[in-house]
Design a binder for this molecule. Structure first.
Ligand code: GDG
Length: 476
């Protein structure tokens, strides 16, 4: 049955897996997008279109835990060219300040176009007359325009979860104009931060030649597109509730016990990604031990690195680099039963994440560039005791809201060392003051508020037109 609300995202909120008895089944997949959208979907009975992972033959739509899920298949060569290639080795580094060098390949682009078209066609088929379609993220930037051509009756929103780069960087992309035009198929284009929305509007003016005013773009066909920031958040109450359960409380003490009850536990939890600054933060911690500021008897760093994009070369190189660094730091400073860094290359259930947040005294989040960073917000949500410290990169979107964190520049190792030390030495009064303020922010701006505000602006934006006589701006 066609739906009135359709979510289109690269991934379904479940992964195709082989169960222990050998039969195929589904497992919840981790990741920011899933964490953010799930509660919204449940509340509105919609459909979710996405890739189930793997390259199985086309799967039929199915119901899972109250959600109507519509799988879109990818062939093995599309996983390589569309997903690992154009999405994760071209767009991902380009949109994250060139932290790694983006690769430009024409075959990858062709595959990106093909797969975007498949998603658009699927969305067109699933949508009821006048339905709202919400397209997500950098893998699907052509879908809004393709979908609008197929179904002009739809209300289309697009949300970018990662940063949108300044024109100076975006202009490197050989297909810059096609991407901008793809996004302009939406009625509303949402970003994490106002700066990203401003970058987009400026590029549209310069590169496509449309007239713009503040956050509005005036198209020659009379349509108006709005570009606006909607900083994403988490299910703050849900996290707090989980953190308060007996099981999580006990597990948090068991973790501290297993680590030898050190005076201070530092924690990092990230997908193993070169944008997250894992290497630099571990180096800073290692140097603090070397310089005699910490002793492995009273401080330990727990780093969870969730396996990610393991087929992409840059990610394999990063994994090797971190393995070597951790080995060296533990070899130099660890003692029997007391490693300086407890390094875990694995993913964990939500309960274990909450227990780690509860066990940690200092949460260290140091990306070189991050759209938002939900881990920082989850840590704050779990600190219902108003304790714990957050060390946060200025270059994470979350830094615009969590002003009371110890803000650091991850490129400045000495600055990072100073902040880690300060957070480590802060007294309880200082910790409480900062954490209380951050908790207030998170509880007021949770994921429900995020989704509600996007949806409400989208419903006002749809159908907005302007006088077609508006003259286009000068073409760059
Ligand atoms: C992108 C943007 C933006 C992680 N490991 C496990 C696990 N997770 C969950 C965390 C958190 C989410 O995944 C990670 O979100 P982040 O925001 O930290 O980072 P990205 O994956 O890079 O997300 C980012 C986000 O989209 C949302 O718009 O904030 O900037 O890059 O929720 O808890 N969850 C479980 N086990 C794990 O091992 N259960």
């Amino acid at each position: 049955m066609p739906s009135d609300l359709v979510i289109v995202a690269n991934r379904l909120p479940v992964d195709r897996v082989t169960l222990p008895d050998g039969t195929p089944g589904w497992r919840r997949s981790p990741g920011g997008l899933v964490t953010a959208i799930e509660p919204v979907m449940r509340a509105s009975n919609g459909s979710w279109i996405g890739w189930p992972g793997g390259s199985d033959a086309e799967l039929e739509p199915f119901e899972d835990d109250g959600m109507h899920l519509v799988p879109v298949g990818l062939a093995a060569c599309e996983i390589e060219e569309f997903y690992e290639g154009f999405s994760n080795a071209t767009l991902w580094p380009l949109y994250h300040d060139l932290v790694a060098k983006p690769e430009f390949h024409r075959e990858w682009w062709d595959s990106y176009v093909t797969v975007n078209r498949r998603f658009a066609e699927r969305a067109a088929a699933e949508s009821a007359e006048g339905a709202t379609v919400w397209v997500h993220d950098y893998q699907l930037q052509l879908v809004p325009q393709m979908l609008r051509e197929l179904r002009p009756d739809l209300r289309i929103g697009f949300y970018l979860h990662i940063p949108f780069p300044p024109p100076e960087l975006f202009q490197q992309l050989p297909w810059r104009r096609q991407i901008l035009e793809g996004l302009l198929g939406a009625d509303l284009v949402g970003f994490q931060l106002p700066g990203a929305a401003a970058n987009f509007v400026r590029l549209v003016r310069q590169r496509v030649g449309h007239k713009t005013h503040r956050d509005l773009v005036y198209l020659p066909d009379g349509r108006t597109v709005r570009a606006e920031a909607f900083p994403i958040s988490i299910d703050a109450a849900g996290f707090q509730e989980l953190a308060q359960t007996e099981a999580v409380t006990q597990r948090a003490s068991a973790i501290r016990e297993a680590l030898g009850n050190p005076r201070r536990i530092f924690l990092g939890i990230d997908r193993l990604d070169y944008t997250k600054g894992i290497y630099a933060r571990l180096r800073a911690f290692g140097e603090l031990i070397r310089d005699g500021h910490f002793d492995v008897e009273d401080a330990v760093f727990v780093q969870v690195a969730v396996p990610s994009r393991e087929q992409v070369e840059q990610y394999r190189i990063l994994r090797d680099d971190i393995d070597r660094l951790v080995g060296r730091i533990n070899g130099d400073f660890g003692r029997i039963g007391r490693p300086a860094i407890s390094y875990l290359h694995s993913s964990y259930p939500r309960e274990e994440m909450a227990a780690l947040y509860r066990a940690a005294d200092i949460m260290v989040v140091t990306p070189y560039r991050d759209g938002m960073n939900l881990v920082a917000k989850e840590y704050v949500a779990c600190r219902y005791d108003d304790g714990g410290a957050l060390v946060l990169s200025e270059f994470a979107g979350a830094a615009e809201e969590l002003r009371q964190a110890w803000l650091v520049n991850p490129y400045d190792i000495n600055g990072m060392k100073a902040a880690l030390l300060e957070a480590h030495q802060a007294d309880e009064k200082e910790l409480t003051r900062r954490m209380k303020a951050m908790r207030r922010t998170i509880s007021q701006h949770d994921v429900q508020a995020w989704a509600d505000s996007f949806m409400s602006v989208l419903s006002e934006t749809r159908g907005a037109t302007h006088d077609k006589a508006v003259r286009p701006a000068r073409r760059a």
